[in-house]
Design a protein around this ligand. Structure first.
Ligand code: PXP
Length: 247
């Protein structure tokens, strides 16, 4: 049996529902605490530049309330760097961000932006944060991530999930093979490997089964599923699938 894979639960979309009406509920911190009880190993939250879901005060409240690690997702801007340095989260995941996108499309361009990113992550690493780069499963990006001293890479599973949902099985298998190969490659470079984006009960097992993948970060599907079965049941079922995939 392989070692236990961590599950990070992304609570951004609890804030999306709250913000649809303004006001105070549903409260993402309450969701985070419930996720913790249901067996999440960490909580992920993305403070977007436009604050469309998580807001600065949510990050502050999460830092104060959580006893499990917070993985703070952010773009590589000086505003976000300052916020990260203030809150000192356990982990920071750097993601690309475009204002007009609905969700994080594609991975971070590390190879062509090495000097800037290296300078950007240095103070975060110096503070003791685990710094993760959200990248496509692409050897060039992984090599560059290792070169600039990142601790972790999170492999973008969005393309795999899209092909899977469309029933494009051959493309989904090709993409899975790429994620698998890149997980080995990154692990050999000394990077810890995480994966996420678009994962559901239907598509999680082959990703969870990759031995080098130490953590999955899952949000949108779990929050949606919780409407029907409750957040605790949705998380337990996801955990069960992850465990079974690694038996
Ligand atoms: N990992 C990263 C780096 C992300 O940006 C996101 C989406 O915010 C996720 C994981 C979770 O993706 P999803 O909400 O599709 O499960």
């Amino acid at each position: 049996m392989m070692d236990r894979q961590r599950l990070g639960v992304n609570i951004d979309h609890v804030a999306t529902i709250r913000n649809a009406r303004g006001g105070m509920y549903p409260d993402p911190v309450r969701a985070a605490l419930m996720a913790e009880i249901a067996g999440a190993d960490g909580i992920t939250a993305h403070l977007r530049e436009d604050r469309r879901h998580i807001r600065d005060e949510d990050i502050e409240a999460l830092v104060a309330a959580l006893t499990i690690p917070l993985n703070f997702e952010m773009a590589s801007t000086s505003e976000m760097q300052e916020i990260a340095l203030r809150f000192r989260p356990h982990a920071i995941c750097i993601v690309p961000e475009k204002r007009e996108e609905r969700t994080t499309e594609g991975g971070l361009e590390v190879a062509n932006d090495k000097n800037r990113l290296s300078d950007f992550i240095k103070p975060l690493l110096d503070l003791g944060c685990r710094v993760s780069l959200f990248v496509e499963p692409d050897e060039r990006q992984l090599e560059a991530s290792a070169e600039i001293g990142a601790t972790v890479v999170e492999l973008h599973t969005g393309a795999y999930c899209d092909y899977h949902a469309e029933g494009s099985n051959r493309f989904a298998l090709d993409e899975l093979a790429r994620i698998s190969r890149c997980s080995v490659f990154a692990n050999n470079l000394g990077l810890e490997v995480h994966a996420g984006h678009g994962l559901t009960f239907e598509n999680v097992s082959p990703i969870a089964a990759i031995p080098q993948v130490r953590e999955l970060n899952i949000g949108h599907f779990l929050i949606g599923e919780s409407v029907f079965v409750g957040l605790d049941n949705a998380i337990s079922q996801m955990r069960r699938l992850m465990v079974e995939a690694r038996l």
